[in-house]
Structure formats: structure tokens, C-alpha cells
Design a protein around this ligand. Sequence first.
Ligand code: ADP
Length: 249
Amino acid sequence: MNTIAVLSGKGGVGKSTVAVNLAVTLSQQQFRVGLLDADIHGPSVPVMLSLDKQKAFASDEGIIPLTYGTLQVMSIGLLLEEKDDAVIWRGPMKMQFLRQMAQEVRWGELDYLVIDAPPGTGDEPLSICQVYDPLAGAVVVTTPQKLSAVDVRRCITFCRKAELPVLGLIENMNMLICPSCGEAISLFPHGSSSKTAEEMHVPFLGSIPFSPEIARMSDDGIPAADAAGPAKEIFQKLTEYITEGLLCT
Ligand code: ADP
């Protein structure tokens, strides 16, 4: 099994969007795929996959994942009593929770486990590296803003220190395609994630434009990779590069 962590230097850059669409695309290719939403403080995967009204089932044999098509899904959001509950835990409890997820979730046989990791370079992503050792690699998501560039460099350095191969960097929300004239409008004129990737010696996997379609579908609980359109093609290409990258690690 290949375990892929999707990381970001900071929150709100589209990490969960990439994790969800990567997992959905792999499952469309007939792979057996699990998606673990390990973002303890901001689990967004249940909403993105229309699973937020359901609860995970815990039996004597362990915790049974929910499913989206053939994709198996687990998130702390599926274990909370109320969806508005906040998780207020100190470091050791978070570590214990991540360990429990690794031991007790009954995925069955998997080809890929995609982990939507908590943002940043603190205790939680480090715990994921330890608990899921050996991870096959990390996909790092960023936006082309100056502030994101600083954080994404830290994130790549974190991967190096954790001896986690970086499969590549994905730039999200770099531009908006005007719906009426088709012109590409740069949203953050001073950033370039491909330059950051080059400077940090990691592969640049590509860019995902800001798309009102992605935003709307994500709110409606349908991943863009599951509907025909330009976003699906982008996620297919990114997934292809990621799986190719795994062959080289
Ligand atoms: P993170 O996991 O980094 O916190 P999310 O993936 O949850 O970020 O994305 C934050 C919000 O931005 C979500 O509402 C998501 O639907 C939206 N979003 C992410 N990427 C795009 C995109 N390329 N176009 C439009 N909306 C996007």
C-alpha cells in the first residue's frame, strides 16, 4: 500500500480539496483507496463528500469507514457527537487519536491511503509521519502568495527533516478564468510556486485555477473530480504525476 500525505504550510490553501480529488480520481481508476481526514481541528472532508449527516460505526472489530462510491472515508468529523463540536486536545491526546485511527480503522486491503494532514509543521503532521511510517511521499499544496511561499518552504524543509519524499508541489488558486471572455486573471501577481519548487528542488506538479465551479461543488458535497469539466481533467493530470512520482521514490 502507498500512503500519501497531503500537506500545506498553512490552512485555507486547498489542501483538503486536493486530498479529496486525488483520492476520488484514484478510486475512479479501480484502485482500492482510503481517505483519512486527519485535520483534527478543521475536518472538511465529510462536507466535501456529502457524508456530514452520517456517523462512523464503531464495532468490536474496529471503526468502519464510510464510503463515497468505492472510496473509503474516515474523519474525526464522522466521530463527533455534534458537527459543531470543537476538539480541544493537547498534543499527547492528538497523537493518541492518530494512533487509534491507524490501528482501529478497518480499511481492508488498500492500494492507496491518502491522508489529509493538519496544516503547518507542528506536532500533528509530525505524528502522522511517525504513526504511518513509512509514508510513500508527500504532496504539498500552496497558493502563489508571498506569505504562503514562506510557509511552503518550511513545509518542504519539514518533509526533508522527517525523511519524507516530496512527490511535488501543487499551486492552487493562481488565477481566475473570466467566465465571459475566457481571459486568465492572476489573483496574486507576485507569487510563483513553480519558482519556489525549483529553488527547493522539488517537482512542480501544476496549477489549479480558482474556479467558482470547484467552490460551489465542494460546498454541495460533490468533488470536482466526479463531474465532467476542466477541473476533472486537471485532477486527473495531477494524479498521474503523483503516481508517476511514487515510482521514482
Ligand atoms: P485547506 O484544506 O487548505 O484548509 P480547503 O481545501 O478546505 O483548504 O479549501 C478552502 C476553501 O476554498 C473551500 O471552501 C474550497 O472549496 C475552496 N477552494 C479550494 N480550492 C479552490 C479552487 N481552486 N477554486 C475555488 N475554490 C477553491
